[in-house]
Every structure is written in C-alpha cells, then in structure tokens.
Design a protein around this ligand. Structure first.
Ligand code: AMP
Length: 219
C-alpha cells in the first residue's frame, strides 16, 4: 500500500467545514484545492489524495477501499449502513433529523412520509408504532407536504429557515447529526499509524461542545 492517504471528501456544504478542520489540525492543504473542479486532487503537502464525492457516496467509496478514510454525516452513515469503521465524531455540520409537517397536521387514515432517509424513517415510525407509507425522494423534500404528496417529511433542520419560509413546522426531533470520520477496515490496519496520527491531531481541534466518540464501532 502506498503512503498516500486517500480521503473521500464530501462535496458541497460540508467540504469547507471539513477542510477547515483539517487545516486547524495542522494539515497543509493549499487554498486552491478548495476551488478546483477536479474530482481527484493530489495534496502532496499533506500526504493525501482527496476524492471529491457526493456525500451520500462517501461510505461506498470507503467500504470498497478506493478511499482509505472519509468524512460523512451521521445521517448518511446510518442510512447507507456500509461496512466501515466509524472513528471520530468531528462535531462539524451539526443539525438534527426531524419529523416535519404543516401546522394543521393531524393523524389521518393514510399517512405518507417523504424523505431522503427511508431506512431511518421506517425504523423510527416502526418503533413509534405508527403505520406509515415511506416515499423516497432525492431532494427538495419540503415540497412534498406543500403539494400533497405526503402528510409529513423526515429531513435535516439546521437553522429552521427552510421550514419557516415554506410554512412548515418541526414536530419531533429524531436524531442529532454531525459529521464523522470513517475508515476502510483494511486501510485501518495497513495504514494504522497514519490514520491514528490524523485522529489524534483532529481530536485536538474538534469543537469542544461536541461529544467525541472514541474507539471503533460500526456506523
Ligand atoms: P436550514 O434552513 O438551515 O434549517 O437547513 C435545512 C436544509 O438544509 C434542508 O434542506 C436540509 O436537508 C439541509 N441541511 C441542513 N443541514 C445539513 C447538513 N448538515 N448536511 C446536509 N444537508 C443539510
């Protein structure tokens, strides 16, 4: 195995937070890396290669070992249920997964719930003893109750602005979400010193208000 650590980085809103944390941990990541449209980026200064992935695909790249490690939200980790090690709670991209609906929502005979997270939502409603039909959507979930596709949705809430602007209300919080550092099982053994050194450096700079998961457990 090469000494280069292949890192599946989430493209989009979480990338900036992740690269900021890496820099705070002492990694030398040139600023031009942030603006490039390249999908595979060599970062020799940090001994890394970034694989710029759609966040939902990060656990897949890590499970198959084309990335040694990756950064991914707990939401995606639970939904995808991939065979990877979860090493650290990075404490960034904090939000919550909630049940959301119109203010006048009342239980009907048929209940439909739209979400990007059918596995998490189905498990939640099963545990609550509520029989619902879960409909998978890939984006703009807030549309569903507005146009009558579903009674409620399960989605992420950060500031609550999206809900307010669409006349929706948060009914129940299901999960607190933050980004996690994950690792491929073989890479974790073969590149243990590198990965452990990175974890140690990150642990020094993880936002203190967040609980840090030490050790390894399945995501
Ligand atoms: P907000 O309006 O700040 O409550 O943000 C809610 C919108 O941003 C929803 O469409 C969410 O799906 C999305 N969102 C919020 N936080 C995150 C996150 N940490 N990761 C991915 N999407 C998020």
């Amino acid at each position: 195995m090469s000494d280069i650590l292949k890192v599946a980085m989430p493209k989009g809103r979480i990338y900036k937070k992740a690269s900021k944390l890496f820099r705070e941990a002492g990694l030398d990541i040139p600023v031009d890396v942030d603006d490039t449209r390249k999908l595979v980026i060599e970062v020799p200064e940090a001994g890394m290669e970034f694989i710029m992935a759609k966040p939902v695909d990060v656990p897949t790249y890590v499970e198959y070992g084309v990335a040694d490690i990756g950064i991914v939200g707990k939401d995606v980790l639970l939904e995808e249920n991939r065979d990877v090690y979860e090493l650290l709670n990075l404490g960034i991209a904090q939000c919550r997964m909630s049940v959301i609906g119109l203010p006048d929502w009342a239980p009907g005979i048929q209940q439909r719930v739209a979400t990007k997270y059918p596995r998490i939502a189905s498990q939640y409603f099963r545990e609550q003893g509520q029989q619902v039909e879960v409909i998978k959507l890939n984006g703009s979930i807030e549309l569903a109750p507005l146009i009558g596709l579903a009674d409620r949705i399960v989605d992420l809430v950060e500031t609550g602005q999206t809900l307010r602007e669409n006349g929706l209300v948060e009914m129940t919080g299901i999960l607190d979400i933050t980004s996690r550092l994950i690792a491929n099982r073989v890479s974790y053994r073969m590149k243990n010193a590198r990965i452990q050194a990175l974890c140690d450096a990150l642990q020094q700079v993880i936002p203190a208000s967040n609980e840090v998961s030490a050790g390894i457990f399945r995501g």
